[in-house]
Design a protein around this ligand. Structure first.
Ligand code: B12
Length: 447
């Protein structure tokens, strides 16, 4: 049998049951748009499934996020009981059980330091949400009450590895989505991150944290008592207002990751109708980010976009009809060709600026990623340049350069700037420098 025939058989045997998107932007949703959305969800889901590795996991330790997204975008994804899907879900069970076995005491489960391999509370929240979405009882998961474990640790916010409101909101969503009552003090903590403009948290002017927080607050709204409900409603209203101020001419809310999250947040809004936030345009801007393979540019982006296209949001898990009754290499660091290019990389420390910035000229074949350049430089002269990194669904994340480590307790991080001094939109493995370019790694204290 030819490989094309096998591929065709595989595709036609894979079924998705996407949410009904015919009215995703209300009654004014054009039929043609709804059809495109449907097609896009199917292609994106197929692409995500194609990234699954032989052992059932997804690359970049992203199995939990991917399964959560697939389940959100395709109700009954898990119930369809295809072996590979079952294997993926088993993989998250194994990963979390391995962590629990590693240290049976909840207090020791969490990593205080990003450098070691223990689990951060934010990641733990992802697991709980993914398990929730795939019909597990997270209050009795092989005898462990995962929700209680999460709640016991939430008051430690902010701490290294659990220090932004995006993560805090994820934890609140995990508790809320499992149907448990969220503590008033947790709600207050999230709201305390809101400034007078309605923005929650801060990430270099992106709406991502605010959007995730809005979803968490919507989720808890029904279960909190009357006194705090008014406060939560106000916080949501201000945050949604702030989200709208990010909207661009084309309907997007910044880059595709931010847009996907804001769409999810506004989908949960009871105040703003889809028409008020130009939903048709926004959806079209998301669709424009999909390539022929079905991907939205990366695993992380595809995971955020699919639930948004399906009209779902992370706070809706507990209302989904989940019917619970019943090796692919990701980031290729370089794509070498014959001709070489050279560009400058500056490394500077804004925290202790006694040391002068250093600038090194890096040379590598054309179409080498910034990560590829840096790897070559480190290989050739470790004394001048070295770095360490970790991975996530977005790719590779810098943890140290020339021995200077990020410090979550102090909020000191390495950030990447382009030649105009602006933060780049992606990480080092997704940037392909051109001849004469100039990038800067800067060690900065964030507020
Ligand atoms: C908080 C945050 C940060 C914090 C992370 C530390 C902290 N205080 O927690 C800081 C400010 C340091 C940061 C830095 C950067 N970030 Co950031 N960040 C986020 C945000 C808002 C939430 C991440 C999170 O906590 N997730 C929840 C936890 C549970 O999941 P996690 O896998 O454990 O999360 C970790 C990784 O996401 C990692 N991380 C954060 N940013 C980035 C970026 C890249 C490229 C990688 C590989 C990893 C990574 O740090 C998280 C905490 O440990 C996301 C928004 C989003 N939509 O995901 C953007 C986001 C992931 N960041 C992004 C970007 C572009 C960056 C930078 C490259 C910006 C820059 N030019 O310097 C740098 C990374 C530089 C590096 N060191 O390699 C983009 C990635 C887009 C892409 N296509 O790659 C996102 C999606 C924002 C957006 N809408 O564009 N970020």
């Amino acid at each position: 049998m030819s490989s094309e025939v096998i591929l065709l058989l595989l595709i036609s045997s894979t079924t998705f049951v996407a949410s009904d998107v015919s009215q995703i932007c209300g009654e004014a949703t054009p039929t043609a748009l709804a059809e495109k959305l449907q097609d896009s969800i199917d292609r994106g889901s197929l692409w995500l499934e194609a990234q699954q590795q032989l052992d059932g996991s997804w690359p970049l330790s992203s199995t939990k996020e991917t399964i959560w997204a697939l389940q959100m975008a395709n109700e009954n994804w898990y119930r369809l009981e295809e072996t590979t899907r079952q294997l993926g879900v088993k993989q998250i069970e194994i990963e979390i059980l391995a962590q629990l076995a590693h240290n049976n005491k909840a207090n020791h489960l969490w990593s205080g330091r990003i450098q070691n391999r223990k689990l951060s509370l934010g990641k733990f929240a992802y697991y709980v949400n993914a398990l929730n979405a795939t019909c597990h009882d997270v209050t009795n998961f092989y005898g462990h009450n995962l929700v209680e474990m999460l709640q016991e640790q939430m008051h430690l916010f902010p701490r290294n590895g659990f220090n932004n409101y995006y993560q805090y909101a994820l934890a609140m969503l995990a508790v809320c989505n499992s149907g448990q009552t969220i503590k008033v003090r947790n709600v207050r903590t999230l709201i305390s991150g809101q400034d007078e403009d309605g923005i929650i948290g801060s990430h270099s002017g992106l709406p991502d944290e605010t959007a995730m927080a809005v979803m968490a607050l919507h989720c808890v709204l029904r279960s909190v008592n009357h006194n705090i409900r008014t406060i939560v409603s106000h916080a949501i209203s201000d945050a949604e207002h702030a989200l709208l101020s990010w909207q661009q001419e084309d309907g997007s809310f910044g880059n595709i990751h931010s847009t996907a999250l804001v769409v999810q947040a506004l989908t949960s809004s009871t105040k703003y109708t889809p028409k008020q936030w130009y939903c048709n345009d926004t959806m079209r801007s998301l669709l424009a980010g999909q390539d022929n393979s079905g991907s939205f540019g990366s695993l992380g982006a595809t995971v955020s976009v699919l639930p948004a296209l399906a009209g779902q949001h992370f706070g809706r898990l507990k209302y989904l009809d989940l019917s619970c009754k019943q090796n692919v290499e990701m980031s290729v660091p370089s794509r070498p060709t014959n001709s070489s290019i050279t560009f400058n990389l500056t490394i500077q420390d804004e925290v202790v600026d006694e040391n002068d910035p250093i600038t090194i000229a890096l040379t590598a074949p054309q179409n080498t990623s910034l990560y590829g350049f840096m790897s070559l430089a480190a290989e050739s002269d470790q004394e001048t340049f070295s770095f360490e990194f970790g991975e996530s669904s977005w790719g590779l994340f810098i943890k140290a350069i020339n021995g200077l480590y990020i410090n979550g307790d102090k909020n000191h991080y390495w950030l990447l700037l382009d030649h105009t001094g602006k933060l780049t939109q992606t990480g080092m493995d997704n940037i392909y420098p051109e001849d004469g370019d100039h990038y800067v790694w800067t060690y900065r204290a964030l507020l």
